[in-house]
Design a protein around this ligand. Structure first.
Ligand code: PLP
Length: 345
Protein backbone atom coordinates (compact mmCIF):
# COMPACT_ATOMS: atom_id res chain seq x y z
CA UNK A 1 0.00 0.00 0.00
CA UNK A 2 1.21 3.42 -0.94
CA UNK A 3 -0.06 5.43 2.00
CA UNK A 4 1.00 8.76 0.60
CA UNK A 5 -1.66 8.63 -2.12
CA UNK A 6 -4.50 7.78 0.27
CA UNK A 7 -3.35 10.58 2.53
CA UNK A 8 -4.22 13.04 -0.25
CA UNK A 9 -7.88 12.04 -0.35
CA UNK A 10 -10.68 13.96 1.30
CA UNK A 11 -11.35 12.64 4.77
CA UNK A 12 -15.08 12.41 4.02
CA UNK A 13 -14.28 10.07 1.13
CA UNK A 14 -11.92 7.95 3.20
CA UNK A 15 -14.61 7.62 5.88
CA UNK A 16 -17.42 6.93 3.42
CA UNK A 17 -19.35 3.69 3.46
CA UNK A 18 -20.33 3.35 -0.19
CA UNK A 19 -23.91 2.73 -1.24
CA UNK A 20 -24.59 -0.99 -1.46
CA UNK A 21 -26.65 -1.86 -4.50
CA UNK A 22 -28.73 -5.03 -4.53
CA UNK A 23 -26.10 -6.76 -6.65
CA UNK A 24 -23.29 -5.63 -4.36
CA UNK A 25 -24.99 -7.37 -1.48
CA UNK A 26 -25.55 -10.59 -3.38
CA UNK A 27 -22.85 -11.77 -5.75
CA UNK A 28 -23.07 -15.05 -7.57
CA UNK A 29 -25.70 -16.83 -9.59
CA UNK A 30 -29.31 -17.28 -8.54
CA UNK A 31 -32.33 -18.60 -10.43
CA UNK A 32 -34.81 -15.97 -9.31
CA UNK A 33 -33.91 -12.30 -8.80
CA UNK A 34 -36.46 -10.43 -6.70
CA UNK A 35 -33.98 -8.10 -5.01
CA UNK A 36 -33.75 -4.96 -7.15
CA UNK A 37 -37.35 -4.05 -8.02
CA UNK A 38 -36.66 -4.71 -11.65
CA UNK A 39 -39.44 -5.46 -14.09
CA UNK A 40 -39.58 -9.25 -14.62
CA UNK A 41 -40.55 -9.08 -18.30
CA UNK A 42 -37.60 -9.36 -20.64
CA UNK A 43 -36.84 -6.31 -22.81
CA UNK A 44 -33.14 -6.99 -23.19
CA UNK A 45 -32.55 -4.20 -20.70
CA UNK A 46 -34.91 -4.89 -17.80
CA UNK A 47 -32.03 -5.84 -15.47
CA UNK A 48 -29.61 -3.35 -13.93
CA UNK A 49 -26.09 -3.47 -15.36
CA UNK A 50 -23.15 -4.89 -13.44
CA UNK A 51 -22.10 -2.08 -11.08
CA UNK A 52 -18.48 -3.26 -11.20
CA UNK A 53 -18.52 -3.85 -14.97
CA UNK A 54 -16.40 -6.97 -14.60
CA UNK A 55 -16.66 -8.31 -18.15
CA UNK A 56 -16.05 -4.96 -19.77
CA UNK A 57 -13.25 -4.18 -17.34
CA UNK A 58 -11.51 -7.42 -18.25
CA UNK A 59 -11.76 -6.61 -21.94
CA UNK A 60 -10.46 -3.05 -21.47
CA UNK A 61 -7.69 -4.22 -19.11
CA UNK A 62 -6.51 -6.72 -21.70
CA UNK A 63 -6.65 -4.09 -24.43
CA UNK A 64 -4.65 -1.59 -22.36
CA UNK A 65 -2.33 -4.23 -20.87
CA UNK A 66 -3.15 -3.26 -17.28
CA UNK A 67 -4.85 -5.13 -14.46
CA UNK A 68 -8.59 -4.65 -13.80
CA UNK A 69 -7.63 -3.26 -10.38
CA UNK A 70 -5.92 -0.34 -12.15
CA UNK A 71 -9.10 0.56 -14.02
CA UNK A 72 -12.17 2.62 -13.35
CA UNK A 73 -14.71 2.77 -16.15
CA UNK A 74 -16.67 5.99 -16.41
CA UNK A 75 -19.50 7.59 -18.32
CA UNK A 76 -17.08 9.32 -20.69
CA UNK A 77 -13.72 10.41 -19.35
CA UNK A 78 -15.43 13.62 -18.29
CA UNK A 79 -16.98 11.68 -15.41
CA UNK A 80 -13.49 10.62 -14.30
CA UNK A 81 -12.40 14.27 -14.12
CA UNK A 82 -15.31 15.03 -11.81
CA UNK A 83 -14.71 11.94 -9.64
CA UNK A 84 -10.99 12.71 -9.26
CA UNK A 85 -11.70 16.26 -8.12
CA UNK A 86 -14.42 15.13 -5.72
CA UNK A 87 -12.32 12.33 -4.24
CA UNK A 88 -9.21 14.38 -3.63
CA UNK A 89 -10.02 18.09 -3.36
CA UNK A 90 -11.62 19.72 -0.35
CA UNK A 91 -13.89 22.52 -1.60
CA UNK A 92 -12.66 25.99 -0.68
CA UNK A 93 -9.35 24.60 0.53
CA UNK A 94 -7.37 22.56 -1.98
CA UNK A 95 -6.23 23.79 -5.38
CA UNK A 96 -5.70 22.35 -8.84
CA UNK A 97 -3.13 23.50 -11.40
CA UNK A 98 -4.41 23.76 -14.95
CA UNK A 99 -2.16 24.80 -17.85
CA UNK A 100 -3.60 27.17 -20.46
CA UNK A 101 -4.76 26.66 -23.11
CA UNK A 102 -6.24 23.22 -22.55
CA UNK A 103 -9.45 21.20 -22.40
CA UNK A 104 -12.13 23.22 -20.63
CA UNK A 105 -13.73 20.49 -18.52
CA UNK A 106 -11.00 20.46 -15.85
CA UNK A 107 -11.79 24.05 -14.88
CA UNK A 108 -15.54 23.51 -15.24
CA UNK A 109 -15.61 20.56 -12.84
CA UNK A 110 -13.30 22.39 -10.43
CA UNK A 111 -15.72 25.32 -10.43
CA UNK A 112 -18.79 23.09 -9.95
CA UNK A 113 -17.07 21.51 -6.97
CA UNK A 114 -15.91 24.88 -5.59
CA UNK A 115 -12.28 23.89 -5.87
CA UNK A 116 -10.05 26.78 -6.83
CA UNK A 117 -7.70 26.54 -9.74
CA UNK A 118 -4.38 28.11 -10.52
CA UNK A 119 -3.78 28.53 -14.22
CA UNK A 120 -0.29 28.31 -15.63
CA UNK A 121 0.38 29.45 -19.17
CA UNK A 122 1.98 27.03 -21.56
CA UNK A 123 4.82 28.56 -23.57
CA UNK A 124 3.81 30.06 -26.96
CA UNK A 125 4.83 26.77 -28.62
CA UNK A 126 2.45 25.01 -26.15
CA UNK A 127 5.18 23.22 -24.21
CA UNK A 128 4.97 23.08 -20.43
CA UNK A 129 6.68 25.93 -18.58
CA UNK A 130 8.19 24.06 -15.63
CA UNK A 131 9.32 27.24 -13.85
CA UNK A 132 5.76 28.55 -13.96
CA UNK A 133 4.41 25.22 -12.67
CA UNK A 134 6.94 25.14 -9.84
CA UNK A 135 6.02 28.72 -8.91
CA UNK A 136 2.32 27.82 -8.81
CA UNK A 137 2.73 24.80 -6.50
CA UNK A 138 1.62 25.32 -2.90
CA UNK A 139 1.01 22.91 -0.03
CA UNK A 140 -2.70 22.95 -0.94
CA UNK A 141 -2.09 21.81 -4.54
CA UNK A 142 -3.71 18.41 -4.87
CA UNK A 143 -3.48 17.77 -8.58
CA UNK A 144 -2.33 19.02 -11.92
CA UNK A 145 -4.11 18.26 -15.17
CA UNK A 146 -1.92 17.68 -18.21
CA UNK A 147 -3.47 17.00 -21.56
CA UNK A 148 -1.16 15.13 -23.94
CA UNK A 149 -1.66 15.46 -26.86
CA UNK A 150 -3.08 18.77 -25.74
CA UNK A 151 -6.47 20.03 -26.82
CA UNK A 152 -6.59 22.55 -28.63
CA UNK A 153 -2.90 22.67 -29.64
CA UNK A 154 -2.43 19.01 -30.63
CA UNK A 155 1.11 18.55 -29.24
CA UNK A 156 2.40 15.84 -26.95
CA UNK A 157 3.99 17.15 -23.76
CA UNK A 158 7.69 16.33 -23.41
CA UNK A 159 8.35 13.16 -21.43
CA UNK A 160 11.14 14.73 -19.39
CA UNK A 161 8.94 17.53 -18.04
CA UNK A 162 6.19 15.12 -17.02
CA UNK A 163 8.71 12.84 -15.30
CA UNK A 164 10.23 15.70 -13.38
CA UNK A 165 6.72 16.66 -12.22
CA UNK A 166 5.94 13.08 -11.20
CA UNK A 167 9.11 13.00 -9.13
CA UNK A 168 8.91 16.44 -7.57
CA UNK A 169 5.21 16.95 -6.97
CA UNK A 170 3.52 14.91 -4.25
CA UNK A 171 0.01 15.36 -5.61
CA UNK A 172 -1.69 13.62 -8.49
CA UNK A 173 -0.40 14.18 -12.01
CA UNK A 174 -3.40 13.52 -14.24
CA UNK A 175 -2.44 12.96 -17.87
CA UNK A 176 -5.42 13.09 -20.21
CA UNK A 177 -4.56 10.82 -23.13
CA UNK A 178 -7.82 11.19 -25.06
CA UNK A 179 -5.83 11.42 -28.32
CA UNK A 180 -2.99 9.00 -27.54
CA UNK A 181 -3.98 6.52 -30.28
CA UNK A 182 -3.26 9.15 -32.93
CA UNK A 183 0.34 9.62 -31.79
CA UNK A 184 1.86 6.27 -32.77
CA UNK A 185 3.48 6.29 -29.32
CA UNK A 186 2.72 4.10 -26.31
CA UNK A 187 1.89 6.95 -23.94
CA UNK A 188 2.17 6.76 -20.16
CA UNK A 189 0.54 3.41 -19.36
CA UNK A 190 3.86 1.61 -19.00
CA UNK A 191 5.02 4.12 -16.39
CA UNK A 192 2.13 3.51 -14.00
CA UNK A 193 4.01 0.98 -11.88
CA UNK A 194 6.83 3.45 -11.31
CA UNK A 195 4.71 6.42 -10.24
CA UNK A 196 1.93 6.02 -7.67
CA UNK A 197 0.79 9.59 -8.33
CA UNK A 198 0.30 9.13 -12.08
CA UNK A 199 -3.34 9.03 -13.22
CA UNK A 200 -4.31 8.52 -16.86
CA UNK A 201 -7.55 9.37 -18.61
CA UNK A 202 -8.53 7.39 -21.69
CA UNK A 203 -11.65 7.46 -23.78
CA UNK A 204 -13.49 5.47 -26.43
CA UNK A 205 -14.84 8.72 -27.89
CA UNK A 206 -12.04 9.57 -30.32
CA UNK A 207 -9.89 6.82 -31.90
CA UNK A 208 -12.58 4.20 -31.23
CA UNK A 209 -15.32 6.35 -32.73
CA UNK A 210 -17.79 5.64 -29.91
CA UNK A 211 -18.46 9.12 -28.48
CA UNK A 212 -22.20 8.40 -28.34
CA UNK A 213 -21.76 5.38 -26.08
CA UNK A 214 -20.01 7.44 -23.38
CA UNK A 215 -17.18 5.25 -22.18
CA UNK A 216 -14.05 6.56 -20.56
CA UNK A 217 -11.44 5.01 -18.34
CA UNK A 218 -9.27 6.19 -15.53
CA UNK A 219 -6.07 4.13 -15.25
CA UNK A 220 -4.09 4.50 -12.05
CA UNK A 221 -2.66 2.89 -8.94
CA UNK A 222 -5.24 0.40 -7.51
CA UNK A 223 -5.42 2.52 -4.37
CA UNK A 224 -6.57 5.56 -6.33
CA UNK A 225 -9.04 3.40 -8.26
CA UNK A 226 -10.45 2.00 -5.02
CA UNK A 227 -11.15 5.51 -3.76
CA UNK A 228 -12.87 6.54 -6.98
CA UNK A 229 -14.91 3.34 -6.92
CA UNK A 230 -16.29 4.36 -3.53
CA UNK A 231 -17.85 7.53 -4.91
CA UNK A 232 -18.88 6.60 -8.43
CA UNK A 233 -22.59 6.27 -9.21
CA UNK A 234 -23.36 2.53 -8.94
CA UNK A 235 -24.67 2.03 -12.47
CA UNK A 236 -22.62 4.60 -14.38
CA UNK A 237 -22.16 2.44 -17.50
CA UNK A 238 -25.29 1.28 -19.31
CA UNK A 239 -25.76 -2.38 -20.31
CA UNK A 240 -25.93 -1.24 -23.90
CA UNK A 241 -22.55 0.53 -23.79
CA UNK A 242 -21.04 -2.42 -21.99
CA UNK A 243 -22.15 -4.92 -24.63
CA UNK A 244 -21.29 -2.74 -27.60
CA UNK A 245 -17.81 -1.85 -26.38
CA UNK A 246 -16.98 -5.50 -25.60
CA UNK A 247 -18.11 -6.31 -29.12
CA UNK A 248 -15.96 -3.53 -30.61
CA UNK A 249 -12.88 -4.57 -28.64
CA UNK A 250 -13.20 -8.24 -29.49
CA UNK A 251 -14.18 -8.00 -33.14
CA UNK A 252 -13.38 -4.57 -34.52
CA UNK A 253 -9.82 -3.81 -33.50
CA UNK A 254 -8.26 -4.04 -36.94
CA UNK A 255 -10.89 -1.76 -38.46
CA UNK A 256 -10.36 0.79 -35.70
CA UNK A 257 -6.62 0.69 -36.33
CA UNK A 258 -7.11 1.11 -40.07
CA UNK A 259 -9.28 4.14 -39.49
CA UNK A 260 -6.78 5.68 -37.09
CA UNK A 261 -3.99 5.13 -39.65
CA UNK A 262 -6.15 6.74 -42.30
CA UNK A 263 -6.84 9.76 -40.07
CA UNK A 264 -3.11 10.14 -39.40
CA UNK A 265 -2.43 10.10 -43.15
CA UNK A 266 -5.24 12.60 -43.69
CA UNK A 267 -3.82 14.82 -40.95
CA UNK A 268 -0.62 15.06 -43.01
CA UNK A 269 -2.47 15.62 -46.28
CA UNK A 270 -4.70 18.26 -44.71
CA UNK A 271 -1.68 20.03 -43.21
CA UNK A 272 -0.02 20.13 -46.63
CA UNK A 273 -3.15 21.39 -48.40
CA UNK A 274 -3.94 24.03 -45.77
CA UNK A 275 -0.41 25.38 -45.90
CA UNK A 276 -1.00 26.38 -49.55
CA UNK A 277 -3.97 28.55 -48.64
CA UNK A 278 -3.27 32.31 -48.50
CA UNK A 279 -5.45 33.01 -45.45
CA UNK A 280 -3.62 30.33 -43.42
CA UNK A 281 -0.77 31.84 -41.43
CA UNK A 282 0.42 28.87 -39.41
CA UNK A 283 -0.45 25.24 -38.77
CA UNK A 284 0.71 23.88 -35.43
CA UNK A 285 2.23 20.38 -35.49
CA UNK A 286 -0.38 17.88 -34.31
CA UNK A 287 -0.27 14.39 -32.80
CA UNK A 288 -4.07 14.30 -32.56
CA UNK A 289 -7.04 14.05 -34.93
CA UNK A 290 -7.34 17.81 -35.29
CA UNK A 291 -5.23 20.78 -36.36
CA UNK A 292 -4.84 24.16 -34.74
CA UNK A 293 -4.69 26.60 -37.62
CA UNK A 294 -3.84 30.30 -37.37
CA UNK A 295 -5.63 32.31 -40.04
CA UNK A 296 -5.67 35.98 -40.99
CA UNK A 297 -9.08 36.60 -39.43
CA UNK A 298 -10.63 33.72 -37.49
CA UNK A 299 -13.97 35.36 -36.85
CA UNK A 300 -14.62 35.98 -40.54
CA UNK A 301 -13.26 32.58 -41.54
CA UNK A 302 -15.52 30.88 -39.00
CA UNK A 303 -18.57 32.75 -40.24
CA UNK A 304 -17.84 32.11 -43.90
CA UNK A 305 -17.29 28.41 -43.30
CA UNK A 306 -20.65 28.25 -41.54
CA UNK A 307 -22.22 29.81 -44.63
CA UNK A 308 -20.86 26.77 -46.50
CA UNK A 309 -22.38 24.47 -43.87
CA UNK A 310 -19.01 23.68 -42.29
CA UNK A 311 -18.51 24.09 -38.54
CA UNK A 312 -15.04 24.32 -37.03
CA UNK A 313 -14.08 25.55 -33.58
CA UNK A 314 -12.90 29.12 -33.17
CA UNK A 315 -10.35 28.99 -30.33
CA UNK A 316 -9.30 32.66 -30.59
CA UNK A 317 -10.27 33.44 -27.02
CA UNK A 318 -7.75 30.99 -25.58
CA UNK A 319 -4.17 31.71 -24.46
CA UNK A 320 -1.71 31.90 -27.41
CA UNK A 321 -4.58 31.05 -29.79
CA UNK A 322 -5.24 34.43 -31.42
CA UNK A 323 -7.06 33.91 -34.73
CA UNK A 324 -6.84 30.15 -34.37
CA UNK A 325 -9.37 27.64 -35.63
CA UNK A 326 -9.38 24.07 -34.39
CA UNK A 327 -10.27 21.81 -37.27
CA UNK A 328 -11.08 18.11 -36.84
CA UNK A 329 -9.59 15.80 -39.46
CA UNK A 330 -12.40 14.23 -41.48
CA UNK A 331 -12.63 11.68 -44.27
CA UNK A 332 -10.75 12.47 -47.52
CA UNK A 333 -13.99 13.71 -49.09
CA UNK A 334 -14.83 15.91 -46.10
CA UNK A 335 -11.31 17.31 -46.01
CA UNK A 336 -11.45 18.18 -49.70
CA UNK A 337 -14.68 20.05 -49.08
CA UNK A 338 -13.04 21.98 -46.24
CA UNK A 339 -10.01 22.84 -48.37
CA UNK A 340 -12.23 24.08 -51.17
CA UNK A 341 -14.19 26.30 -48.77
CA UNK A 342 -10.98 27.60 -47.14
CA UNK A 343 -9.61 28.49 -50.56
CA UNK A 344 -12.64 30.67 -51.17
CA UNK A 345 -12.17 32.74 -48.01
C1 PLP B 1 -12.69 14.69 -26.33
C2 PLP B 1 -11.90 14.76 -25.08
C3 PLP B 1 -12.18 13.93 -24.01
C4 PLP B 1 -13.25 12.89 -24.12
O1 PLP B 1 -14.27 13.08 -23.26
P1 PLP B 1 -15.38 11.91 -23.14
O2 PLP B 1 -16.16 12.37 -21.98
O3 PLP B 1 -14.65 10.63 -22.89
O4 PLP B 1 -16.13 11.89 -24.43
C5 PLP B 1 -11.40 14.00 -22.88
N1 PLP B 1 -10.37 14.85 -22.81
C6 PLP B 1 -10.06 15.64 -23.84
C7 PLP B 1 -8.89 16.52 -23.75
C8 PLP B 1 -10.83 15.64 -24.99
O5 PLP B 1 -10.51 16.47 -26.00
Amino acid sequence: MNNKITALARTSVLALTPYQSARDEFRGQASLYLDANENPYATGFNRYPDAQQQRLKEAVAKLKKVSPAQLLLTNGSDEAIDLLIRAFCNPGKDTIIIPQPTYGMYATYAAINEVSIKTVNLKPDFTLDMDAVQAALTPSTKMIFLCSPNNPSGNLLAESTVISLLNNFKGLVVVDEAYIDFTGKPGWIRQLGKHGNLVLLHTFSKAWGLAGLRLGACVADPEVIELLNKIKPPYNISSYSERRVIQEITSNRSKVKQRVDMLIRERKALTRALSQIPTVKHIYPSDANFLLVKVRDAKTAYRKLIEQGIVVRNRSGMMHCDNCLRITVGTPIQNRRLIKAMNQL
